[in-house]
Design a protein around this ligand. Structure first.
Ligand code: 7PM
Length: 277
């Protein structure tokens, strides 16, 4: 019998007593606009409001610096993409706002602009990152990644992927706790696709219960990822049905937050899960 978690994030307190949906909001430069970020701010903000209307419980705002294989985005570029969106949403959002970044300066400015959660694919390992989230009560997602985004998919290697991911997440959790960050602010995430082969990802899904055993709420991001394309076929835009299957399986194995692009479809599917669990 799994009891529920209280997750504190900024001005919100979430009772994770059913699977929650985190909607992905990518802030990308508008190729049709010359200079200025007005149009990308506007379209990202509108997309975020659409995801809330579809039932998103959390919004995850990203300037794309964490995408596997992506060309690194400069600090100033990342700030100019995400901060105006967080500022705009902070006044109108009815759900917590998460910032997807590993950079301490982006964390600080995002928190000042109203972000409630720091979603860090580097699990607060960047110098200054622990300090950036210390004197506030934002929620924190600590994610596992092997290697660094530009090269991590070249030759991922584990002796035992489940134990190694579990050990890493346990270590990062303990570091955060030792630094005085309270338990109910912390989420853990296996980091699907981040330095993992198709086989590694599948093994992690199969054994998700081992990560649930750590005792912290688990966030899972499998939405539209390559492993689903490898299993079911289809490029990024054709992975909706496989993504729904992945969210349902993850929720039934104990994941508390599903990070997804397709909010409405996921919300509907997870209502069915909630009704029978
Ligand atoms: C290409 C591949 C582009 C993968 C973008 C991605 C996660 C995350 C991302 C995750 C947490 C995406 C990813 N994935 N943060 N950020 N967990 N906590 O699907 O799995 O957006 S980037």
């Amino acid at each position: 019998m799994q009891s529920y978690f209280e997750f504190t994030c900024g001005k919100y307190q979430l009772t994770l007593n059913r699977p929650y949906v985190m909607g992905i909001v990518n802030v990308t430069p508008d190729s049709f606009s010359d200079g200025g970020q007005y149009t990308s701010t506007k379209s990202a903000t509108e997309h975020a409001l659409k995801l809330i209307a579809e039932g998103a419980d959390i919004l995850d705002i990203g300037g794309e610096s964490t995408r596997p294989g992506a060309v690194p985005v400069s600090l100033d570029e990342e700030l100019s993409r995400v901060i105006p969106v967080i500022e705009a949403l902070s006044h109108i959002s009815t759900v917590p706002i998460s910032i997807d970044t590993y950079k301490p300066e982006v964390m600080r400015q995002a928190i000042a602009a109203g972000a409630d959660i720091v979603n860090d694919v580097r699990a607060l390992q960047e110098p200054g990152a622990l300090e950036a989230v210390f004197n506030c009560n934002v929620g924190i997602c600590l994610m596992h990644m092997q290697g660094m985004p530009q090269t991590m998919q070249l030759a991922p290697h584990y002796v035992d992927v489940v134990s190694e991911v579990k050990q890493f997440l346990t270590d990062r959790l303990n570091t955060a706790l030792t630094q005085g960050i309270v338990k109910n602010r912390i989420l853990l995430d296996p980091g699907f696709g981040f330095g993992k082969t198709r086989a590694h990802n599948i093994t992690l899904i199969k054994h998700l219960d081992k990560l649930v055993d750590i005792g912290q709420p688990l966030l899972v991001g499998l939405s539209r990822k390559a492993v689903l394309g490898a299993i079911a076929g289809g490029d990024e835009g054709q992975r909706l049905h496989a993504s729904i299957a992945a969210s349902v399986i993850s929720a039934m194995k104990g994941a508390k937050i599903l990070r997804v692009h397709d909010v409405k479809a996921t919300v509907d599917a997870l209502k069915v899960v909630a009704a029978v669990t």
